[in-house]
Design a binder for this molecule. Structure first.
Ligand SMILES: [Zn+2]
Length: 285
């Protein structure tokens, strides 16, 4: 399920829906971390979080232990697909700035910053590199590749902590929008699964949470997110405007690059990219 919305692009429900995948994740967390791996536990956020007027750009993560593995495996077995990611972040993140990493603070982080934390937890737990096994798109041979976590391109917010932006729509309407946060992603994934929603319906939910307001050419402003009629407002938008908003959300996302890391086949020199997804980070080690 690949769409223009970053919710559906990387959501744990689609990455981890298969029970087999889930099982592989758990199995591969079994090997004990190497004691000689240097643990760099400070994560620089790609966007950052503004709290009480201060922009926080650093977080601290830690190596996952057996107790964490048990908690994460319990979450994975629960019926909520977003619980796996949430529990992983809650167990592996110690602090955001100088504050304890509460579920509430983790939920306020934009999706890209949560991805930065996942990278950090991966690094603290398994070390600097990820081993991929893939099939060459050129010659069909199986190839193994090792990707250093520092090779993954990271997009940073041009202005640290800035999560809001404006998008001009048709007929002179200007939408004030904010980047997708963890709490938005969780809500949409949860509702999409509970209600068996289509992508269009999930997009409506995402927009209803991320579009703060719509301002008409006359200057009249209609608040959207948090309003009773937020979903109605997003359903009433034209298709082109919805597509524009979803594309802006996608384009402006920060954190690890969606395109992935280029890998060149040693036999035929074909180049392909491997994506850094949740399952890639915690399936193989
Ligand atoms: Zn090849």
């Amino acid at each position: 399920m690949e769409t223009h919305s970053d919710i559906t692009y990387r959501n744990p429900a689609t990455d981890l829906a298969a029970a087999a995948d889930m099982q592989r994740v758990l199995e591969d967390m079994n090997p004990l971390p190497q004691p000689d791996v240097p643990t760099d536990d400070v994560v620089e956020l790609a966007c950052g979080l503004t709290l009480d007027g201060q922009v926080i750009t650093l977080a601290r993560v830690r190596e996952l232990t057996g107790a964490d593995e048990e908690a994460i495996s319990r979450a994975a077995l629960s019926s909520a697909p977003e619980a796996f990611l949430t529990t992983l972040l809650e167990r592996g993140t110690v602090a955001i700035g100088d504050r304890p990493a509460t579920p509430d603070l983790l939920g306020q982080l934009v999706v890209g910053d949560r991805d930065m934390l996942l990278l950090g937890i991966r690094r603290a737990t398994y070390g600097e590199s990820i081993d991929y096994e893939l099939t060459c798109g050129g010659c069909g041979q199986k190839l193994g590749a090792t990707v250093g976590l520092d090779e993954i391109p990271i997009t940073k917010s041009p202005v640290p902590g800035a999560t809001e932006f404006e998008v001009t729509l048709k007929r002179g309407v200007v939408a004030r929008v904010r980047l997708t946060r963890g709490v938005d992603q969780n809500a949409v994934v949860h509702a999409a699964r509970a209600g068996n929603l289509t992508i269009a319906e999930a997009d409506t939910l995402l927009l209803a949470r991320t579009v703060i307001s719509l301002r008409g050419p006359s200057g009249a402003t209609r608040p959207v997110a948090g309003q009773m009629d937020a979903e109605v407002a997003m359903r009433d938008l034209g298709l082109a405007d919805r597509a524009t908003l979803l594309e802006e959300l996608r384009k402006r996302r920060v954190g690890p690059d969606e395109d992935g890391v280029p890998i060149t086949c040693a036999s035929c020199a074909h180049e392909q990219k491997v994506q850094v997804t949740l399952s890639a980070l915690f399936r193989w080690n």
